[in-house]
Design a protein around this ligand. Structure first.
Ligand code: DGL
Length: 277
C-alpha cells in the first residue's frame, strides 16, 4: 500500500457530512465495513456493490481496471466522499495504482495479508484463498517475495466461496461441500497438510470464516486485511468532523430479487437506504 501522509490542513476543511465510500463487487466489503464501523461509528457511509459486474474474479485485468476506474470516477463526482476504500482484493491488486492516479480523493486499498501471515505461521506453510484473478497477480508475487520468501505460500482461487458468501448473506443455506472442496484444493498441494495459517484474500471470505474454520478443522488460524484497513481509514480521517444527516446508503449497480433478499443484512450493517446507481 502506498503510504499517504495526513494533511493537517484538511481536517478543518472537510465537509462533515462527506461520507466514506466503500466499494466491492458484492457484499464482501461488508466484512471491512464492520471493522470501520467499530472504529468510526459516527462516520456517514455509502456502501457500493457493483453486483452487475459480480464476480470480478473471473474477469480479465483490463475488464476489472476499466470497470473499477469508470465507476469510482462517476461515484466520487456524484457523492463527493472524503475517502474511498476499495474493499475488494481483486479490484485493489489490479486497479489501485491506476485509480489513485486519476482520483483526487484519498484511496485505501485491500492487500492480501501475507505479511502478518508470515509472522503467524509456525509450520512455515501458508494457504491463500482468493479469487482466480487475485491469486495470479504480480502484486501477490511481490508480497510473497518481500514477506514470505522463506515460507511456502500455497494459493487457491475459489469462486465458489464468493457465491457461498453472497448466498449466506441473502439468508440461503449453502452446501458444506463447497467449503470442503476449498480446503481439499489447498491440502492436496505439496506440503498442503502442513498449512497452519490461511490468508483470506477476498473480502467475501471473512463472512464465511466460521464455515471455513469448521472445514479446515483445528490448528488453523485465519487472517485477513480488514483490521489494518479500518485502522488506515481511521488514521487518514483523524481529527475530521463527522455529521450523519441521513441514514447510510447501499448502492447496487443492478436491482432485482438478490438485492431485495439482502435487506436484513444491509439493515444489520447500518445501511438503511438502498438505491440503484
Ligand atoms: N470481494 C472480492 C475480493 O475481495 C471479489 C469477489 C468477486 O467479485 O469475484 O476479491
Amino acid at each position: 500500500m502506498t503510504v499517504q501522509s495526513r494533511d493537517p490542513t484538511t481536517a478543518s476543511t472537510v465537509d462533515p457530512t462527506a461520507p466514506l465510500l466503500l466499494f466491492d463487487s458484492g457484499v464482501g466489503g461488508l466484512s471491512v465495513l464492520r471493522k470501520v464501523r467499530a472504529l468510526l461509528p459516527q462516520a456517514p457511509v455509502i456502501y457500493v456493490a457493483d453486483n452487475a459486474g459480480l464476480p470480478y474474479g473471473s474477469k480479465t485485468e483490463a475488464q476489472i481496471a476499466a470497470r473499477v476506474s469508470g465507476l469510482l470516477g462517476r461515484l466520487t463526482e456524484r457523492f463527493r466522499p472524503r475517502l474511498v476504500c476499495i474493499a475488494c482484493n481483486t479490484a485493489s491488486t489490479i486497479a489501485l495504482a491506476s485509480v489513485r492516479e486519476v482520483l483526487e480523493v484519498p484511496i485505501v486499498g485491500t492487500v492480501p495479508a501475507i505479511k502478518p501471515a508470515a509472522s503467524m505461521t509456525r509450520t512455515g506453510v501458508i494457504g491463500l484463498l482468493g479469487t482466480a484473478a487475485t491469486i495470479r497477480q504480480g502484486y501477490v508475487d511481490r508480497l510473497e517475495a518481500e514477506f514470505a520468501a522463506d515460507k511456502r505460500l500455497l494459493r487457491h482461487g475459489a469462486p465458489e466461496l464468493v457465491t457461498a458468501a453472497e448466498a449466506k448473506l441473502r439468508g440461503e443455506s449453502v452446501d458444506p461441500a463447497v467449503y470442503a472442496r476449498a480446503v481439499a484444493a489447498l491440502r492436496s498441494q505439496p506440503d498442503g497438510e502442513r498449512i497452519d495459517t490461511v490468508v483470506l484474500a477476498c473480502t467475501h471470505f471473512p463472512l464465511i470464516e466460521d464455515e471455513l474454520r469448521a472445514a479446515f478443522g483445528p490448528g488453523v488460524s485465519f487472517i485477513d486485511g480488514s483490521d489494518a484497513i479500518a485502522r488506515r481509514v481511521a488514521f487518514l480521517t483523524e481529527g475530521q468532523d463527522w455529521r450523519r444527516n441521513q441514514p447510510d446508503l447501499a448502492l447496487f449497480t443492478k436491482g432485482g430479487d438478490d438485492v431485495d433478499q439482502l435487506g436484513a443484512t444491509l439493515v444489520a450493517n447500518g445501511l438503511e437506504r438502498v438505491a440503484i446507481f
